[in-house]
Design a protein around this ligand. Structure first.
Ligand code: 13P
Length: 257
């Protein structure tokens, strides 16, 4: 199980520091679910300082995006080695906001996945369908394409080092969550696709759900067999709310997984 907090374009470095301090004070000693914080770039070094003595099994941090090139004339971009040097362990790749607002496509995301893996960053590769795609019966086709094109040419070992986040676009920031059944069905399909089309040991991989996860719905989503954690936007911005999500995840771990 994994709880990833995607802060998107929220929190200054000062706010990030205050959040992490408060979170660490309140974090239960016997917590089982690791938290991954994904702040905006300027807060990364602040998190490195604040989490220096915290075991990564409890709290670690990573980036929301990266560029595939190693260095050079790419104004405004950040490379994998820069993130690594900041202490990042994770790099989000292909969030639907990157796909939709910034036009990032699977072929480009494939390069970003390679860049992240080359620096031993664990990619969190985001996939998911829009409402139109779902309604047109294209859910499975979209997921297969995002997975096969995103991972094109990567070894099984590399794919297995990646965490997948299934985030139906229509559920992101809308308050419309997929039902636990809808989410489970999509997650099971993703796992089957990973095994069948990419020949990896998919049972070993973590598949997170994202899209309007809240303290109220987290338990029912996380209890599903193929849901291995959550990638959370809005509900990760307040300490109390993130702690409630963590408690829901730990409860699921204790009960069944
Ligand atoms: P919300 O939790 O705000 O719907 O955002 C989901 C998301 O995009 C996480 O990456």
């Amino acid at each position: 199980m994994l709880l990833a907090a995607n802060w998107k374009m929220n929190k200054t470095p000062t706010e990030a520091r205050a959040f992490v301090r408060e979170y660490l004070v309140a974090l239960p000693r016997d917590v089982k679910t690791p938290t991954v914080i994904l702040p905006p770039f300027p807060a990364l070094t602040v998190l490195a300082e604040e989490l220096e003595d915290v075991p990564p099994e409890k709290v670690s941090f990573g980036a929301q995006n990266l560029h595939n090139e190693v260095k050079g004339a790419f104004t405004g971009e950040v490379s994998a080695s820069m993130l690594k040097d900041c202490g990042c362990r994770w790099a989000t790749v292909g969030h639907s906001e990157r796909r939709r607002i910034f036009g990032e496509q699977n072929e480009f995301l494939n390069k970003k996945l390679r860049a992240a893996l080359s620096q031993n960053l664990t990619p969190i590769y985001c996939i998911g369908e829009t409402l139109e795609e779902r309604e047109a019966g294209k859910l499975e086709e979209i997921l297969v394409t995002q997975l096969t094109e995103g991972f094109e040419g990567l070894s099984s070992a590399s794919v297995e080092r990646t965490v997948i986040a299934y985030e139906p676009v229509w559920a992101i920031g809308t308050g419309k969550t997929a039902t636990p059944e809808q989410a489970q069905e999509a997650h099971a399909f993703v796992r089957r696709t990973l095994a069948d089309k990419l020949q990896v040991n998919a049972r070993k991989m973590e598949i997170l759900y994202g899209g309007s996860v809240t303290p109220e719905n987290a338990y029912s989503l996380l209890s599903q067999k193929d849901i291995d954690g959550a990638l959370v936007g809005g509900a990760s911005l307040k300490v109390d709310s993130l702690l409630s999500l963590l408690a829901a995840s730990d409860r699921v771990l204790q009960e069944k997984k």
